[in-house]
Ligand binder design. Structure first.
Ligand SMILES: Cc1cc2nc3c(=O)[nH]c(=O)nc-3n(C[C@H](O)[C@H](O)[C@H](O)COP(=O)(O)O)c2cc1C
Length: 171
């Protein structure tokens, strides 16, 4: 018999769930992309969200254990020469095999800041993460063309949605 399904503990006696970990790997080489990364963090750390621990790392700081210990991931990259930024590719190069058996099903989302395209980066990230068997839980956000203020709101919404979904247990 599942005792908890008949007589659930009251909120006061229910054990505190440990905070879920949202890892944000942010490549932000320009003023605009820094603002976009800050917007993701602002959304993910919205005061309405409890029990989600948000950690932002630069690509070079990101180690396999950071990914393995996360409950969900956001990746932010520029598009350079038709592909994801080299530093984001380096994260995958270093972390792919150490993570492969340990992060299957990882919920993730990503955004691309692309001066004029973004499709090569989107395709590459989707391909590598398919190999990792990660789960893309939001439509990729491609911030294309001349910089627009709406990119900031879109990034904030991305961070907020990921953190809220993690908190709600729906990703
Ligand atoms: C060397 C270099 C290569 C680039 N290649 C591409 C590209 O292939 N596709 C694209 O959409 N944008 C490309 N861009 C534009 C960058 O994605 C864009 O400048 C970057 O995301 C920073 O955005 P910001 O200018 O709004 O700060 C390139 C930029 C540089 C410096």
């Amino acid at each position: 018999m599942e005792v908890n399904s008949i007589n659930p503990a009251s909120p006061a006696t229910r054990p505190m769930q440990s905070a879920k970990k949202l890892l944000f790997i942010a490549h932000a080489p320009s003023e605009n992309t820094k603002r976009m990364a800050e917007a993701v963090i602002a959304g993910a750390t919205n005061s309405d969200i409890a029990n989600v621990n948000v950690r932002c790392l630069a690509p070079l700081e990101t180690q396999p254990d950071d990914i393995i210990s996360a409950n969900a991931i956001i990746i932010g990259t520029t598009e350079n020469l038709g592909y994801m930024a080299g530093l984001i590719k380096d994260v995958f190069d270093r972390c792919y095999y150490p993570c492969l058996e340990k992060t299957q099903g990882m919920p993730f989302a990503f955004y691309v800041r692309a001066g004029h395209d973004g499709t090569g980066t989107r395709r590459a990230i989707e391909s590598i993460t398919t190999g990792l068997r990660w789960r893309l839980v939001q439509e990729p956000l491609i911030c294309r063309g001349e910089f627009k203020e709406e990119f900031i709101a879109q990034c904030e919404n991305l961070g907020l949605t990921m953190a809220a979904s993690l908190e709600a247990g729906i990703i």
